[in-house]
Design a binder for this molecule. Structure first.
Ligand SMILES: Nc1ncnc2c1ncn2[C@@H]1O[C@H](COP(=O)(O)OP(=O)(O)OP(=O)(O)O)[C@@H](O)[C@H]1O
Length: 591
């Protein structure tokens, strides 16, 4: 956080200079007020009250009337107050510009940039709500550290030094007597600060829950409405919301009680001043205006700065607790790293080999065990297996969403870990079980991986994916803007757009993760043609269950609990007893 503050040092220095000037003008106003009072007392009773000299040897020309001298002081105070107004205005503008327009915006961009580069491990370990909350809410906490803590602390130190030096020049002993309670206040503040930190940590977690529930209720609106669970969801949201409120009230309660305690202790200073300072004035050892009254003013300012410690202590804990979560993202290790000197492959041929590949999400629980296969370029290979057998995981390893725990995967003989990540993924077309479409035009969705693609290329890809016909029937054809997540398209249409999106890259490798999973058999039949077209000439891995798809592939791999249990052509596997024949026979029976 300090390093972050350092990055904005010029902005911070500007604020500090402004604060220094504000402090100087405040002290001058106070000094002039005291001087004015002493002058009035002198002019009223010249025999008993001695003349207080103007500071720094400055004095109005001799012969000025008492009224003119007092008016000069009043005029100076007025001019200084006007300057203070202008300085305060400039300070507010500069502080607002620094923290809101620069720090927050820069940091949010930095966090987003890192999120795009982080590997799947990070997203597996952190809920969506928590990530969103970090980018939107917690980034503000870091800002609060710069303006609510760093800058305030320096202002506080500057002011305390300024006020205390002035008090010491008036009367050192009185200064020490009046400030006797200050160390106790520091101690109370330190205890308070330590007490609220875990409360702020907990608060951020509870807010995460609210954001997560909100995000899920929007994403899962169909399920909620379909099962008539609106009331329960409302009640659950209200409960989460209440938890935040109750917990926040606990924090408010502590903060509110701490402020008055510090306020009360600062008033003790004034009692000491009245008793001891009054005694000094009565003995003529301290002038009333430039002594006691200025001292009282300085003490008030000093005390209000010390009381400001409450806010700073509170901001420190609040901002540290939020900032920890922001820096968890910024400092998170990127598991899937781009190599320093990648081997260039350009457009790959498509020879793929898995050599003794093991993979585990959780240490000690392998999801893939000792997978070894060699696939020649252009081969279409189907992957069959029960749910949880590791099919999707295998595809994730092929596009380096994760790295194998042991063993290696090669493309055209190169370990995937030696290839540039972007180049590797440019060589891969991906279609998932469920398609995510962006709120953008159909053309932009198809060209997502290749934004520079021409309309002709987009249309060719759409034709291969058997999507062209339904697209031209849409209100604005290729320029139709899809609703959020493409809700206004059917499952089959979405899958066809996904196939077009993958094909547009003209990838050497096509990975299709059960593209017909969410589609009825009739639509599946329709997109099967699209898939067959898309597969031609590319090494394809397709997770499939339908016999028609399996038959269209050159090879079939059967996975069971992360191991290859059968491997061969459709005809070969039909002759063997085992999972494949059972699956095939059950589908014949259905027909
Ligand atoms: N991100 C993850 N973190 C931890 N475990 C995971 C993760 N993703 C999958 N798994 C586990 O790994 C195993 C294999 O999952 P995978 O999704 O690869 O299976 P699958 O064969 O594709 O299943 P399905 O046919 O249901 O899609 C499962 O036991 C699953 O619970």
């Amino acid at each position: 956080m300090l390093a972050l503050g350092w990055r904005y040092r010029w902005g911070c220095i500007r604020l500090l200079v402004l604060q220094g000037l504000l402090l100087l003008t405040a002290l001058s106003c106070l000094g002039l007020t005291g001087l004015g009072i002493d002058l009035i007392r002198h002019f009223a009773d010249p025999d008993n009250v001695p003349m207080t000299p103007f500071p720094f040897g400055l004095a109005p020309p001799t012969g000025w009337s008492p009224m003119a001298q007092v008016a000069l002081i009043a005029g100076l105070i007025l001019a200084l107050e006007l300057t203070r107004g202008a300085l305060n205005y400039t300070y507010a503008l500069s502080a607002g510009y620094l923290v809101h327009t620069r720090i927050v915006v820069d940091l949010r961009a930095q966090v987003y940039d890192k999120l795009q580069r982080l590997s799947f491990n990070f997203f597996d370990a952190n809920a969506t709500g928590s990530i969103i909350n970090r980018v939107t809410g917690d980034v503000q906490s870091v800002r609060a550290f710069v303006d609510g803590v760093l800058i305030q602390l320096v202002i506080l130190t500057l002011s305390l030094i300024g006020y205390m030096s002035y008090m010491l020049t008036i009367h050192p002993l009185l200064t020490f007597a009046c400030l006797a309670t200050t160390p106790i206040m520091w101690l109370v503040t330190a205890i308070f600060s330590r007490m609220v930190r875990p409360l702020y940590d907990r608060n951020r977690e509870l807010v995460d829950n609210v954001v997560l529930r909100l995000a899920e209720s929007i994403q899962g609106v169909q399920v909620i409405k379909g099962f008539g669970r609106e009331q329960e969801e409302i009640a659950q949201f209200a409960k989460d919301n209440r938890e935040v409120k109750d917990q926040q009230q606990g924090i408010f309660w502590r903060v509110s009680i701490f402020g008055p305690i510090i306020g009360y202790m600062t008033q003790l200073n004034l009692v000491i001043l009245l008793a001891y300072g009054g005694y000094l004035v009565s003995r003529g050892e301290l002038p009333l205006g430039s002594g006691l009254i200025v001292f009282a003013g300085l003490l008030q300012q000093f005390s209000s700065q010390v009381a400001n410690l409450t806010n700073i202590a509170n901001s420190v804990q609040q901002s540290l607790s939020g900032a920890r979560r922001v820096f968890e993202i910024l400092d998170a290790p990127i598991h899937v790293q781009n190599p320093v000197n990648p081997t260039p492959i350009g457009r790959a041929r498509g020879d793929v080999a898995l050599e003794n590949v093991w993979f585990e999400y959780v240490p000690g629980a392998p999801v893939l065990s000792d997978i070894s296969v060699k696939i020649a370029a252009g081969t279409r290979i189907a992957i069959l297996g029960a749910t949880g057998a590791g099919k999707s995981t295998l595809l994730s390893l092929l596009c380096r969403f994760y790295d194998p725990t042991r063993g290696r995967i090669t493309l055209d003989g190169h370990d995937l870990r030696d290839l540039d990540l972007d180049e590797l993924r440019q060589n891969i077309g991906l279609v998932f079980q469920e398609t995510f479409l962006f709120s953008n035009t159909v053309a932009a969705n198809i060209a997502f991986g290749h934004p520079g693609a021409s309309q002709e290329q987009v249309e060719t890809a759409a034709k291969i994916a058997a999507a062209h016909e339904f697209i031209v029937d849409l209100p604005d054809g290729y320029q139709t803007v899809l609703g959020e997540s493409g809700l206004d398209l059917s499952g089959g249409q979405r899958q066809r757009l996904a196939i077009a999106r993958a094909v547009l890259l003209n990838p050497a490798l096509l990975l299709l993760d059960d593209p017909a999973a969410a589609i009825d058999p009739h639509t599946e039949h329709e997109i099967l043609g699209a898939i067959e077209q898309a597969m031609s000439g590319r090494t394809t891995f397709i997770v499939a269950h339908r016999l028609s798809t399996l038959r269209a592939c050159d090879l079939v791999m059967v996975l069971e609990e992360g191991r290859i249990v059968q491997f061969g052509t459709h005809d070969e596997l039909l002759k063997q007893t085992g999972h494949y024949r059972l699956a095939a026979e059950s589908q014949f029976a259905e027909v």
